[in-house]
Design a protein around this ligand. Structure first.
Ligand code: FES
Length: 144
């Protein structure tokens, strides 16, 4: 799927498009934009760990805030994994220590820059409500 396609298509959980073998799909809720790529072939976007949720977002022009540049030094890339946690890496001590300071912390919370998709399949992440306005058009919202 090209960047253009991901900008127009929305994920339908009741009737998802088929995902070819060896492919990864990351769905960003609640907007429902999604990105498909071949596992191990995503170009590194230089933010966060390679093939992390943040790296995927950067590759497909889906804005996920990342104030520290993807270095596990803030919590602005906070996401909640709603599906596919078993496809992702284990949280290491640095991420665990950092995410404890996140607002609206949940059991399935991860830092987008540290959460790497390690196996093919579908991962659904939700952007916490306090951060949702940032996830549009590839930039932060205008200040009022
Ligand atoms: S971008 Fe700062 S912790 Fe992920």
């Amino acid at each position: 799927m090209s960047k253009t396609e991901t900008e127009t298509k929305k994920y339908d959980p009741a009737n998802p498009e088929p995902l070819a073998e060896g492919m990864v799909r990351v769905v960003f809720m609640p907007e429902g934009r999604f990105a498909d790529f071949e596992k191990g072939k995503l170009p590194y976007a230089h933010h966060g760990k390679p093939e992390s949720i943040l790296d995927v977002a950067e590759n497909f022009d889906i804005f996920l805030d990342h104030a520290c540049g993807g270095n596990c030094a803030c919590t602005t890339c906070h996401v909640v994994v709603r599906q596919g946690a078993e496809l992702m890496n284990e949280m290491n001590d640095d991420e665990a220590d950092r995410i404890e300071t996140a607002a609206d912390l949940q059991l399935a919370s991860r830092l987008g820059c540290m959460a790497v998709v390690e196996k093919p399949g579908t991962v659904v992440v939700e952007i916490p409500s306090w951060n949702r306005n940032y996830v549009s058009e590839g930039h932060a919202p205008k200040k009022e």
